[in-house]
Design a protein around this ligand. Sequence first.
Ligand code: GLC
Length: 441
Amino acid sequence: MNNVMNKKVFVVILTVWVAWHAMAQNPKAYVPTPENLKARKEFADSKLGIFIHWGIYSMFAQGEWYMTNANIDNKEYAKAASAFYPANFDAKEWVSAIKAAGAKYICFTSRHHDGFSMWDTDQSKYNIVDATPFKRDVIKELADECHWQGIKLHFYYSHIDWTRDDYPAGRTGRGTGKEPQKSNWPAYYAFMNRQLTELLTYYGEIGAIWFDGMWDHDQDSIPFDWQLEEQYALIHRLQPACLVGNNHHQTPVEGEDIQIFERDLPGENKAGLSGQDVSRLPLETCQTMNGMWGYKIIDQNYKSAETLIRYLVSTSGKGANLLLNIGPQPNGELPAAAIDRLRALGEWTSRYGETIYGTVAGDVPAQEWGVTTRKGNRLFVHIFDLGAKELLLPIQSKVKEAFVFDTKQPLKTKRSKEGVTIFFDEVPSGTDYIVELNLRD
Ligand code: GLC
């Protein structure tokens, strides 16, 4: 008895010591609130979001990097604002088309690297209400519509600015006519925090803040201090459930709630921006529909509906979300090709969404033939390209039943020491031939 008591006391002392030691080493350790943890779970279940890159850069129709790529003086560039009048912008149309695609959230560029704010900010006149003849707060219209239609709204927010002199330029935005002697990080940092406060105060519940641009200082000889902890804490103070993500191309740091990958699935690095380790946080991969984020008139090279559906399913197969981008036109419309792809996604998600929403990565990692997703005892086998009438899954579970998801037609299976083999009458074909296995364990 005494021995048991002593053991208990020892365990308590040890636990207190470990906690104290951890805190002493990192006094500001981030502890997500229960509402934040709930939001993370909802996020991880949602699988498809639509990214929107829209700003005055759409007028040049050369993508959102045009200003720095073409070394345009920021004062010349800013003149575009006085002609920005997206007459056909209709938040209801956007949100309806996106929701019908099966997307559960929209991530909108509140302020991109060019420094132009797409809402009625009090922190700078360079915004859609004060600097354009349009004078409408598109973020307000979008937020109201998203809340009305019950779809989450996230904000992309650039850490860097190619226009403001106070942002200390890194390796980009060097030819845009900024005056380096006026750089003033404390002033710029305070400006960003005031803007973030506006975004998280006046537009209702915001699902996430999606930072981008930190890589601008990744070649500095002295590491650049972005003061992230304080900024992240501000966000969580204003809206505890708001998820923080950062497209810094590194493993997440303290205070981040999701991990972002750019143009690659977690663990893959074909585009060269994603060598980082995969964390245990909810994952998201952002990808373009054509090759650019912002509207680019000469890029009509849209990925096919089949490619996009398979990409969405493959992302789910990694347990991640796909944040699929659209670059709206300067007149405020979504490009016709994008609307077409949204429609195709909607047709697919309305029939087969059950096999991805609320799932985790399946038991079998991605294969040449396709991927798997899992929800409880249900294992979904997504076959893209098999070219055979049988498929061996290297799993040891017992199969209660196996059938074609679409037709519910039962399929024969056989267990062996190599795994479970599924037998088909015909070679599986189509965009995504889904088999459901109900497992016993
Ligand atoms: C890159 C680009 C940026 C784009 C982002 C989206 O960081 O700099 O223009 O918004 O990727 O993932």
